[in-house]
Design a protein around this ligand. Structure first.
Ligand code: DGL
Length: 273
């Protein structure tokens, strides 16, 4: 019996686990659903503990560990860390039940793509305190491509505002004024937080469409597709199973916000980890 083939076949039918501190990761899930219609997904949003961007490394590692174990128990074949803040700690956790090649995070694919392109030299990066403080964007971008001119800034209010539905430009623009000081000459902004797709348009409008905001969910979905294909893990048949959605805390507000990300209602179940 070809043992490898048996394992590959079994794994290709298993779901893909996706997680975030809250609902922002649904922006990644939406892109994954478009790119990979045959796959089943299990989503976990740690709404009881958000925001992740202001947590200590030890606390964040503990949260991420529990979620990854939960997704392992859901029989996931791989996981997508749909949170930049969680990505800053994932490689520092010992004994993860997934191997490196079974984990796709949201920082490395973006860094590799931006470092390799030639069109944009003046790059702005925005994200949570945790993400910007980690240096994973500016340090890595400059390591691979030292000619890039990078301004990285923590914009900690933006994720909670998106999570709370404050996405109107009249509310956002006064905050942008403060956060985007020094971004006037940027050519490309990397929105290094999975909550930000909801406000890409407002950011571009704030800059009178004079710069580009990188649409990251699509890039991550393409990476996941590539990883699945490389490992023969892509589900060849359309799964009959529905996606599963879990939150660690459920409120009416969360349910309303989820619709903003997914453009549809889904049935969330509460799980305390
Ligand atoms: N969505 C998370 C990220 O990409 C940020 C939100 C939070 O701070 O919890 O970093």
């Amino acid at each position: 019996m070809d043992l490898n083939k048996t394992i590959i076949n079994r794994l290709s039918n298993q779901p893909i686990g996706v997680f975030d501190s809250g609902l922002g990761g649904l922006s990644i899930l939406k892109a994954l659903k478009n790119k990979l219609p045959n796959e089943q997904f299990v989503y976990f949003g740690d709404t009881a503990h958000l925001p992740y961007g202001d947590k200590s490394e030890a606390t964040l590692k503990a949260y991420v560990s529990s979620i990854v174990s939960f997704l392992e128990q859901q029989n996931c074949k791989m996981i997508v860390v749909a949170c930049n803040s969680a990505t800053t700690v994932i490689q520092k956790i010992n004994d993860l039940p997934f191997r490196d090649h079974q984990i796709v995070e949201v920082i490395t694919p973006i860094v590799e793509l931006v470092a390799a392109q030639k069109k944009y030299q003046k790059i702005g990066v925005i994200g949570t305190r945790k993400t910007i403080g980690s240096g994973m964007f500016d340090r890595e971008l400059n390591r691979i491509n030292p000619s890039l001119d990078i301004v990285a800034k923590a914009t900690p209010l933006l994720a909670p505002m998106v999570e709370d539905g404050f996405v109107d430009k009249n509310v956002l623009f006064p905050i942008f004024e403060k956060y985007f000081e020094g971004f006037e000459d940027r050519e490309l902004i990397i929105p290094a937080c999975t909550h930000y797709p909801i406000i890409y348009h407002q950011i571009e409008e704030y800059f009178n469409n004079s710069l580009k905001v990188l649409h990251t969910p699509k890039i991550i979905a393409e990476k996941v597709d590539q990883v699945l294909l490389n490992q023969n893990l892509n589900n060849p048949d359309k799964t009959e199973k529905s996606d599963l959605f879990y939150l660690s805390d459920i409120t009416e507000d969360f349910l309303r916000e989820a619709v903003l990300f997914l453009d549809r209602d889904v049935d969330f179940k509460q799980v305390s980890l």
